[in-house]
Write a protein that binds this ligand. Structure first.
Ligand code: FAD
Length: 498
């Protein structure tokens, strides 16, 4: 076969497509703008401590579960070591001082939450029944061969998650608890479709794990496999143009003016960046306008904490905290006076038998507008005012953490911070958006990004196609690679891998 595929970007989507296509005999070249591969999967090391930037825990990794099957197909199982989160509290939802655990397995989940909401047991059963129906309505979530891979029941696509919760129970506190892990998908009231929450909740409820040594182990393994199959993966190779003739794409130009020809092209970058790169008239103005005007999920501010050696016991749960019940759905519309009013706190896992925490991330939402005045500056050169802005936000966030987890502060050795500008620079995602394009149940077709573009040999992949997160991106990569191989052929390969 030996057709040449050029993939722009080495995020999880680019690498997964690269793996699938190389395995099926295509010649693959992956071009990454950064010195480090992996996009959101990259880690950084400071003073000997490793920090993960954008993938902290994964689900459905027990034998036979969906991600485990994908990992088996992608030859990741022997390279990626996992540490199970607390099965009775993989997530802890803390709202205005009260705490509620999310336990693995639907029955276990219901038993645990019913202790706080004894009258709500049957509603919780109905909640899980509908969540699982929604997940199973997606053929690729159940590895079914199909000609309509992303057909969902309109009830799951056109209904927002909050209105779904309203239909489940009148108990306002339970509705907030069931929305407590919203930062996992930057859910917005009245917009985020029910199916996005269903996929995420089902995925982690089945089993939840941290990746020992961080998600870069996934990158290292995929890159090694792609290279072993004859593929090329290049760092510091920023694509500036996708060149077209009057029918299709023919080559890409790099920032250093090098030109590389290909037969097919896959963009793993944000769609707005992709349309900027496409030269020529093949993309109509209406298509470009639609893509550029898509709404995006919010960005974040993160404090990367290093702890003093063997001082703080390892926390085997993720803590989602909201200062008040009103903060659960506040999202983008926080006020500067009360900011920050929520966080997600996670210890990072560096060994299989972790006893003490080495490092943690403390993440809160942040709008790009908050750092707009420094837009255009470079990492490490944004100036003293920016550093002071970040220090103040970090100190406030650490104060809230200390109130929730007393004794944490005294064990902190040092910390670093990142803002929406950091994400913009490291991944090129629009305004540093965490999960790319915002899916909106009111504009269910309009807010969907297809793996196809108007150019017949140019495709898209990554979190903007299908959905974000490890599962959403891998399924998106199957959709994209399926344009060349046929989706059913990939599904069969996954089902038959030994
Ligand atoms: C803070 C945070 C926490 C998260 N936590 C989790 C989690 O716990 N579990 C989970 O499953 N998911 C999590 N996610 C989501 C997950 O990390 C992402 O959905 C996924 O990694 C996105 O992959 P992607 O392929 O879309 O591309 P990206 O990771 O965005 O990669 C795109 C790549 O393209 C490169 N690029 C851009 N422009 C160019 C160019 N012109 N030329 C060449 N290369 C270019 C970029 O440098 C980048 O490497 C998290 C995300 C964030 C931000």
């Amino acid at each position: 076969m030996d057709k040449h595929i050029i993939i722009i970007g080495s995020g999880l989507g680019g690498l997964t497509c690269g793996y699938i296509l190389a395995k099926n005999g295509y010649r693959v070249t992956i071009l990454e703008k950064n010195a480090q591969l992996g996009g959101c999967l990259q880690s950084f090391v400071r003073r000997g401590v490793k920090f993960e930037t954008g993938m902290h825990y994964i689900g459905s990794m027990e034998e036979g579960q969906l991600l485990h099957r994908f990992f088996q197909y992608l030859n990741l199982l022997s390279d990626v070591k996992l540490h199970s989160l607390d099965r009775n509290a993989y997530d802890i939802i803390s709202i205005g001082g009260e705490r509620f655990p999310f336990a693995n397995g639907t029955e276990n989940f219901i038993e645990h939450l019913a202790k706080y909401f004894p009258a709500e047991k049957s509603n919780l059963c109905r909640y899980w029944q509908i969540i699982q129906e929604a997940t199973e309505s997606s053929p690729l979530h159940s590895l079914k061969t199909t000609n309509e891979p992303i057909i969902f029941n309109p009830a799951y696509v056109k209904q927002s998650y909050d209105s779904f919760l309203d239909s489940i129970t009148d108990n306002e506190q339970l509705r907030l608890v069931l929305a407590g892990n919203l930062p996992l998908y930057a859910g917005e009231r009245g917009k985020t479709p029910m199916y996005i929450s269903a996929f995420v909740n089902d995925f982690y409820n089945r089993s939840a794990y941290r990746i020992v040594g961080g998600s870069e182990t996934i990158v290292q393994s995929l890159v090694r496999s792609i290279r072993a199959m004859g593929g090329e993966v290049r760092q510091s190779a920023e694509v500036s143009k996708i060149n077209c003739d009057d029918r299709q794409a023919i080559s890409v130009s790099l920032k250093n003016d090098e030109m590389i020809e290909g037969d097919y092209f896959i963009s793993n970058v944000h769609p707005a960046r992709m349309v900027e790169m496409v030269k020529g008239n093949l993309l109509r103005k209406s298509y470009r306008d639609r893509i550029v005007n898509l709404n995006n999920t919010i960005s974040n501010f993160t404090v990367y904490i290093a702890f003093k050696k063997e001082s703080l016991p390892y926390l085997n749960s993720n803590l989602y905290h909201y200062e008040t019940p009103a903060d659960v759905w506040r999202g983008k519309s926080y006020s500067t006076e009360t900011y920050p009013s929520n966080f997600l706190y996670m210890h990072l896992c560096s060994s299989v038998n972790q006893q003490f925490a080495d490092a943690a991330v403390l993440i809160t939402y942040m709008n790009f507008e908050d750092v707009m005045q420094w837009a255009g500056t470079k990492v490490g050169q944004r100036g003293a005012e920016y550093e002071e802005f970040k220090r103040k936000k970090a100190e406030k966030l650490l104060d809230i953490l200390e109130r929730q987890m007393p004794g944490t502060r005294k064990n902190i050795a040092y910390y670093y911070t990142s803002s929406p500008l950091t994400y913009l620079d490291y991944t090129g995602t629009e305004c540093g958006s965490m999960y790319g394009v915002l899916r909106d149940c009111n504009e269910s077709i309009h807010s969907l990004v297809s793996q196809r573009t108007r150019i017949p040999n140019l495709f898209q992949t990554g979190q903007n196609v299908n959905s974000h997160g490890i599962l959403g991106v891998i399924i998106g990569s199957i959709l994209t690679s399926g344009e060349l191989l046929g989706i059913n052929s990939i599904v069969e390969q996954i089902k038959n891998v030994d």
